[in-house]
Design a protein around this ligand. Structure first.
Ligand code: ADP
Ligand code: MG
Length: 316
């Protein structure tokens, strides 16, 4: 792309304070110092315009979200974020767009002490790939595979807000306008649960972040752990907006993009958990030995929609 070097220098070479970056943006590769005694967690995600976010999404929201989804993956491993790389494909070098994107990206990076240490810039349809790296003591890393019989199942925050935000944006449903800002905030500016992941080190038996919806992501955790679960739909944490729009819980079960954490642990560990580091979290059910996910209401009855399979939850 013409002016590529200027563009990188202008937008993607900001100062950071990390001592473990020996050489960052500007050479053929970054040189980084490993954290002794810990293992590196590495993840990468691509966001494509029109697929992963609507074309009209504001550039600062895209900047935020492209890093947030990666930090959410690190959070679900219990890792502390350190570095990121950014491969960006752009139709044109649009200064206003780049300024906004960089602002959203760097605001979030600064809050979690993440240094942008390299990347790639090309001309093409709008697509953003972010790789994030972080550190965790090996024996405390949170895997999907550790859930045990008798563990309770917890989820941070509330569920379905991002999905409802998207439904509102696409005029598939209507909610009271006082809810709009918060719902669109959940959709465009998810907050990665980094502190929660770190607080859960050594306590949670398994964890996963919710990118594809509670039911789908909990199923990944259950399959990896070789167990099943009973989830009480009446316990799902819902914001007032989601409760009004979808009291049956379809959205909470199926809508993606929440980036909350699902984690399992023995109920006794809840007392040890540092509540100052944790966002609100809710017990939604328990691990059972019988494989599969069973949804029950407060009376223990199976809700009628559960026989359709999770893809059919998409009610809105
Ligand atoms: P090379 O051709 O050697 O791969 P590039 O010209 O692609 O190098 O990039 C020059 C420098 O700028 C490298 O250090 C690269 O990591 C960095 N860089 C390129 N694009 C980005 C970007 N979007 N964000 C951050 N760093 C970038
Ligand atoms: Mg080179």
């Amino acid at each position: 792309m013409p002016g590529e070097f200027d563009l990188i220098k202008r937008y993607f070479n900001r100062h950071h304070a990390r001592q473990d970056v020996l050489l960052g943006v500007g050479d053929d590769a970054a040189l980084l110092r490993a954290t002794p005694g810990q293992v590196m967690a590495v993840t990468v995600d691509t966001l494509i315009a029109g697929v992963h976010f609507p074309y009209e999404t504001k550039p600062d929201d895209i900047g935020h979200k492209s890093l947030a989804v990666c930090l959410s993956d690190l959070a679900s491993m219990g890792a502390e974020p350190a570095w990121a790389t950014l491969a960006i494909s752009l139709p044109e070098a649009d200064d206003r767009w780049l300024e906004g994107f960089a602002a959203g990206f760097y605001d979030l990076a600064a809050r979690y002490g993440v240094a942008l240490i390299g990347g790639d810039t090309t001309r093409g349809s709008l697509s953003i790939t972010v790789q994030a790296m972080g550190w965790v003591p090996q024996e405390q890393a949170l895997h999907r595979s550790g859930a045990c019989l008798g563990d309770s199942i917890y989820v941070t925050g509330t569920l379905g807000d991002a999905g409802l935000g998207l439904a509102v944006l696409q005029s598939r449903t209507q909610v009271d306008s006082t809810f709009h800002e918060a719902l669109l905030g959940h959709l465009n500016r998810p907050e990665p649960r980094v502190q929660a992941g770190i607080a859960l080190r050594g306590l949670a038996t398994a964890a996963i972040d919710i990118s594809d919806g509670l039911a789908a992501d909990l199923n990944h955790l259950l399959n990896a752990s070789g167990v099943g679960a009973r989830v009480e739909i009446d316990r799902l944490p819902l914001s007032n907006a989601v409760r009004e729009a979808d009291p049956q819980g379809y959205l909470a079960l199926s809508a993606g993009d929440d980036y909350e954490l699902i984690f399992t642990m023995p109920p006794s560990s809840a007392q040890t958990l540092s509540h100052s580091e944790m966002p609100p979290y809710t017990c939604i059910g328990r691990i059972e030995s019988e494989k599969g996910l069973r949804l029950v209401d407060a009376e223990g009855n199976t809700p009628p929609y559960s026989r359709f399979g999770y893809d059919h939850f998409r009610g809105l």
